[in-house]
Design a protein around this ligand. Sequence first.
Ligand code: AMP
Length: 305
Amino acid sequence: MSLVVVGSMAFDSVKTPFGEVKEELGGSAAYFSVAASFFTEVKLVSVVGEDFSPEYIEQFRKRGIDLEGLERNIGKTFRWTVEYGDALNEAKTLKTELNVLERFHPKLPASYCNTPYLFLGNIDPILQGNVLKQLSPKFAVCDTMNFWIQGSREHLLETISNVDIVIINEGEARLLSGERNLVRAAKTILSFGPKSLVMKRGEYGALMFHHDQIFAAPAYPLETVIDPTGAGDSFAGGFVGFLARAQAPLNENLFRQAVIYGSVMASFCVEAFGLRRLWALNVTDIQCRYAAFRDLTAYEDAELF
Ligand code: AMP
């Protein structure tokens, strides 16, 4: 089944211990849509400015992503400047220039209506709420970040109360819940209304709190990690893309498998700056790494007791 994603399209300036890029193509909708496009049909809702070159548009088209919902407005594309320390786990935002995102009012094209799956990427929670109302999807997932947790908490809580799953990183979960312990943080966030919570933990993997169960997945141990930007959105792209491909009825096992596909897509994303690794992927790469994930935690019981 198809899915709609709403989020940012960006030019990111990123500094990591391994190098630096200026105005690299990024944004939550960009990472999510490319990752999800390996699993299902993706319809994108976002905005770019006059400085967004047609070659970029063509790259998304080549992945089969529907761009009818991508607006091109007067002004500059959203820009984000970020720096990561040695641990690579914490993004230090140096500058957020909303530009065309500031006056963006997403309008879903008629052809997007009745799309069953929706991902509300990292974007103003007021806009997330608008899209949710326009679509009334069967299954909705949302992400957010510190910028909105601190700056637009009430609207964010409203959005969260209306989605099936929240996907955020552990630092955001702590900030949103006011709890340091992750299990307590999850309980608090689930009390806001979503059915499940997926907590991304960077190099420590991901935790899913689903009904009364907790599922833990490791991050793939990589020899080369270059840039963590977009790992969260790529994770979400694999996660929601897989669920949309699997179709209803979604059961516990499919959710667990979705966490692994999310981890697979995130593991590719961090191997190069920006979207460079994701553009170069194919389905065989994805299946091989999925199998490697399985091997990573597989073992047989020796009957000693
Ligand atoms: P992540 O997957 O968490 O690393 O998300 C990274 C993407 O989020 C980057 O490509 C940024 O362009 C985008 N981003 C950062 N800050 C914001 C913001 N305040 N609103 C929308 N998108 C953002």
